[in-house]
Ligand binder design. Structure first.
Ligand SMILES: CCC[C@@H]1OCC(CO)=C1C(=O)O
Length: 215
């Protein structure tokens, strides 16, 4: 079937490059990514409060100035890490949509691949921990869960319109349940196993929930 129209919540942002690469800009972009990765490692390992800008600089073997050049504060670093966490999902949606699944399988694939990211991607792991610690972060962080809920609800409405959803199942309620279950599964896996078994744990829950949702 035709790939689903990209869902507004994760509509892939199209960047149009107007000119060729600029070495100075490239070097700066590379350093910015190194700062984000070092900060993500520390935020994921020891949390926001116990991480200092100096820790990030030391982890990169650079000066604090080099970090401050890119991010004016530890709070700005946390915002950038959480924003980078959420930036993963539009890219993932583009990848899944090119594979031409129907809407229900697109939802399954998105969550299955997100579980792999929660296992392997330090920026995703750091973003998740920062969202838990948001009451202690004096900065405007994106509101958690709503984009995933919107994406899954849109996909499940499309699936219902194609007769793929069990009679009586509300797409919106199912979307909220999938988000709650995924959040819980990855959190429990993190606490008990450092997310070593998050893919297996999510697979088990996903099979049960999509069995209940599918017509
Ligand atoms: C896909 C379920 C929701 C997802 O799980 C962990 C987390 C981090 O806050 C999420 C979010 O904010 O969307």
């Amino acid at each position: 079937s035709e790939p689903q129209p990209a869902i507004a919540a994760f509509a892939p942002r199209k960047f149009v490059t107007r000119r060729g690469p600029d070495p100075k800009q490239e070097r700066s972009a590379r350093t910015r990514l190194l700062v984000l990765t070092a900060a993500s490692e520390l935020f994921a390992e020891q949390g926001f409060r116990h991480t200092s800008v100096k820790d990030v600089a030391d982890r990169m073997k650079m000066t604090k100035g080099a970090v401050y050049f890119h991010y004016p504060s530890k709070e700005a670093l946390a915002v950038a890490v959480v924003e980078e966490h959420y930036a993963r999902w539009p890219a993932l949606l583009e990848e899944v949509l090119t594979e031409g699944y129907g809407p229900l399988e697109t939802a399954e694939q998105m969550l299955a691949r997100a579980a792999v990211s929660f296992r392997d991607d330090i920026v995703v792991q750091a973003g998740a921990r920062l969202q838990i610690e948001r009451p202690h972060i004096d900065a405007e962080l994106p509101t958690p869960y709503i984009d995933w809920t919107e994406l899954l609800a849109s996909l499940l409405v499309a699936a219902r319109d194609e007769g793929q959803v069990r009679e009586g199942v509300s797409p919106e309620a199912a979307a909220r349940s999938l988000v709650s279950a995924f959040f819980g599964a990855q959190h429990i896996s993190d606490v008990l196993r450092g997310r070593a078994d998050v893919v297996e744990r999510w697979t088990e829950t996903s099979e049960l929930l999509f069995h209940a949702i599918r017509a």
